[in-house]
Design a protein. Structure first.
Length: 187
């Protein structure tokens, strides 16, 4: 069994709540996508899965730092082999579009996983593939003891992408799932 920890970014309320735009909240969008992704992975039979937020009201930590630490500590103590943090991007430019991912370094074992996920999301949604970049300052990438990626599924500040994430969470869950299967050669 491949142990994957799915982190649905942010908390339902502050501290560490996510971006808000177009009538949607990042934490709500990624919560639903993450739950659906976990169900797909469990049903496959090759994966053991945990999520950071098992319910929509799960609140982790009492500050930004302790929220991030709780996610990393849960994955590390469980012995996860892979860590995938789901997010919705935001920009002052409301026409910014696309899906992208971040890893600790481009030589990380997470880099090809992130590439497969971004490619699959782009293929499924028609969003531009913005690629995978190193972002070693991100807490969830530098403090996890397993390969980790943070995936920005789309822009919550882009009306079309926010609406698609809200109305078609299964599309995103299946796309990330497809990327994971591609990475592990299970397609």
């Amino acid at each position: 069994m491949i142990k994957i920890f799915i982190d649905q970014g942010h908390n339902p309320n502050n501290p560490n709540s996510g971006a808000e735009a177009n009538g949607y909240r990042e934490q709500d969008l990624v919560y639903e996508i993450g739950i659906r992704l976990a169900s797909l992975l469990r049903a496959n039979g090759n994966f053991d899965v945990r999520v950071s937020r098992p319910t929509a009201t799960t609140q982790l930590g009492t500050s930004n730092a302790s929220s991030l630490r709780a996610r990393v500590d849960a994955a590390n103590s469980w012995g996860a082999e892979w860590f995938i943090s789901l997010h919705a991007n935001a920009s002052d430019n409301t026409s910014a579009t696309g899906t992208e991912a971040f890893v600790y370094s481009t030589s990380s074992r997470a880099f090809p996983l992130a590439e497969d996920i971004v490619r699959a999301v782009s293929d499924a949604t028609g969003e531009p593939d913005r690629g995978v970049s190193a972002r070693p300052t991100l807490y969830v990438l530098r403090r996890t003891s397993m390969p980790a990626t943070l995936v920005e599924l789309g822009f919550i500040t882009n009306y079309a992408e926010a609406t698609l994430m809200a109305e078609s969470p299964e599309l995103y869950a299946r796309a990330v799932y497809r990327g994971i299967l591609d990475f592990f050669g299970l397609s």
